[in-house]
Design a binder for this molecule. Sequence first.
Ligand code: NI
Ligand code: MN
Length: 225
Amino acid sequence: MKVTFLGQSGFLIKTGGKSLLFDPFISANDLNPMDPLDLVCDYVLLTHGHQDHVLDAEAIAKKNKATIISNYEIVNWYGAKNIKGHPLNHGGASDFDFGNVKYVHAVHSSVLPDGTYGGNPGGFVISNDEGCFYHAGDTALTMDMKLLPLTSPKLDFAILPIGDNFTMGYKDAVISADFIECEKIIACHYDTFGYIKVDHEAAKEAFSRRQKELIFLEIGVETEF
Ligand code: NI
Ligand code: MN
């Protein structure tokens, strides 16, 4: 799987012969100078409706004629803008042409940019014959994470928020990595705003003390996992 970090919780992940774009927040992110319309994708996966996750989703999905995968409320909201989608809800999984997607619980809130109810926020577990990974979206540490190893294939890596303030911080993310039984964690939801600035070395040290690896990917650089 080829993983490119796009800033905040945004990732472009190539797997199963398709390009999956997660939570694009690029055009208002000073840390990512790229033009979001240069991104090529087949699917746009949205964890919840907050602006720092959906900002560029409409423009990118329209340009690429991509399918939005999210919860029922968010997919309906984009459907009214003539963007095709596949609605999921918590605990539900579905097979796509690149693999299986399961929408799982997140402890957070969700509203769309115009104030429309965004349904309940979630994360995604993606699996296919190349492997399995989890994008947690915005979430607190929650006991529900213990369900992942019972209900999904072994995770090859997981994308967890570590920025604190709006989501769990890195200390709770270490416990989350234990709960989901994953040793390789890619950091997200940090440094974009003043509230979520993170000491990278302290965060990495907290993970390595528990025999886990915290990875800070450079924005825009593709890495194989
Ligand atoms: Ni949020
Ligand atoms: Mn957020």
